[in-house]
Design a protein around this ligand. Structure first.
Ligand code: BGC
Length: 455
């Protein structure tokens, strides 16, 4: 049962990555066919993060009113509709519309799927399941690159392939029940009891079922369930908000999606003339992204959040600077430096700057504002994703590859300062301790200072 829950998470993450990455292979064919100029290219590409921005704003609300299951069914259906519409698009306008729909589905799924997992998973497996979600994003990106390579002659086939995981998500979630927490919030206690028993693989009459149900009911009755937006700005919560939002702003402005969405273009600008070589190199990027995510998963608890972030931002800053220098010159061996720089950049991102904002977003907010805090952080994520992807083609046109990557390198240097100044060490720290520290009024970064991070 728990593996089914993980599979749902995997499908949602895979779709997230697939619909982000698929444009990389398609642009090469779309540019001549629809006569797309740089600004329009930005619009077509950025329609996905823009749609996701809207999706993430309403996700919390529909997850509460319709339930987690119905929201994911809705997202699954939208993934299929969006994929088919994109594949049939007769012009740029319909393509933009289709990508807005796909983005909207990602925005909903990217909030509801992790929620669905954390409400169904036993506490000791939660961390692992969140990691599966991030890993699935990177696998979805590779899947999209692979489709871009295999169907290099037909962008319509590339887009329609996205309907398959959409159908899998829909069917998978169709046979599942909603989460005990949501059922309790709607007064459907008997169903909640049956679900707990089923997920844990024990009899509905077992005492563990009753105690878990009681805990959920107690939490649901808590007086501060209805915390408002203003709560996020109170002195106790503000430090968490700064870290949650700040990490996503930095993650996105480090330029990751300029690479993920436009990798073949970046390789072309770096001196690779053959299109199939550009696509192969793009696949290499996708594979490094997957492999280094495993490295990040292995290090995140052992090394601690702060040291891993320092390493990540240092690695991305240096490698981005190397790409910028390589692209600014005509010296042949510096092209090679650019390529090595790109691989190091993806590796440093995947092991650190990629997963850490997601992990920390789920641990730093006090429980009563967790959902709100997470949705504000998600909005920051998609907003900045949109900004980077939308501006990239135009910036390439005006300041060139070296200029753009120079700016991203600077952002990563700011990331080093931000980590030093604001980010707490949460590895090995109980969630209750995090909340108590926030309430104490001491600087957030002092949390866990002598704990796992220093070792
Ligand atoms: C980011 C995505 C990005 C992906 C790349 C995620 O952590 O939020 O925007 O495309 O990593 O692997």
């Amino acid at each position: 049962m728990i593996y089914l829950v993980a599979a749902i998470a995997g499908m949602a993450g895979f779709l997230f990555g697939f619909d982000e990455g698929v444009i990389a292979g398609a642009l090469y064919l779309l540019r001549p066919q629809f006569g797309i100029a740089p600004v329009m290219e930005g619009v077509v590409t950025a329609a996905v993060p823009l749609g996701a921005l809207f999706g993430s704003i309403i996700a919390g609300r529909i997850a509460e009113s319709l339930g987690r299951r119905a929201s994911l069914l809705f997202a699954g259906a939208l993934f299929v509709v969006g994929a088919v519409l994109a594949a049939m698009a007769p012009d740029t306008l319909v393509l933009i519309l289709a990508r807005l729909v796909l983005g909207f589905a990602i925005g909903v799924a990217a909030i509801v799927a992790p929620l669905y997992i954390s409400e169904n998973a036993p506490a000791e497996k939660r961390g692992m399941l969140v990691s599966i979600y991030q890993l699935a994003i990177t696998l979805g990106i590779v899947g999209a690159y692979l489709v871009g390579y295999v169907f290099a002659e037909s962008w319509r086939t590339m887009f329609v392939m996205g309907a398959l995981p959409g159908i899998a998500l829909f069917v998978g979630i169709f046979v599942m029940t909603d989460t005990p927490r949501w059922l309790v919030s709607k007064g459907r206690t008997r169903e909640a009891r049956a679900v707990i028993a089923k997920v844990r693989g024990i009899a509905p009459t077992a005492p563990e079922v009753e105690s878990e149900l009681a805990a959920i009911q107690q939490a649901a009755e808590g007086p501060a369930r209805r915390a408002g937006w203003a709560e996020l700005l109170t002195p106790t919560v503000r430090p968490a908000l700064i870290v949650g939002v700040g990490l996503f702003v930095l993650q996105q402005l480090s330029g990751i999606n300029a690479v993920i969405y436009f990798a073949p273009t970046v390789f072309k600008e770096s001196g690779f003339d053959s299109h199939s070589v550009q696509l192969l190199a793009t696949m290499g990027i996708g594979v490094v992204n997957v492999l280094m995510t495993f490295v990040g998963m292995a290090l995140i608890d052992r090394l601690g959040r702060r040291p891993l972030l320092f390493i990540g931002f240092a690695g991305t800053a240096v490698s981005l600077a190397a790409i910028a220098i390589g692209a600014a010159t005509d010296i042949a061996w510096l092209d090679l430096v650019s390529i090595i720089g790109l691989v190091v950049y993806i590796g440093a991102f995947a092991a650190s700057v990629g997963p850490l904002p997601w992990v920390m977003m789920s641990e730093i907010f006090p429980p009563k504002v967790r959902a709100l805090g997470m949705s504000v952080a998600s909005v920051a994520n998609w907003g900045m994703n949109f900004l980077v992807v939308f501006s990239f083609p135009s910036l390439m046109h005006t300041i060139g590859l070296s200029g753009v990557f120079g700016v991203y390198a600077l952002v990563c240097v700011i990331g080093l300062y931000f980590t030093w100044r604001y980010v707490p060490e949460t590895s090995g720290v109980e969630l209750e301790e995090i909340e108590a520290h926030l309430r104490s009024g001491r600087p957030f970064r002092e949390l866990g200072a002598k704990g796992a991070g220093g070792r």
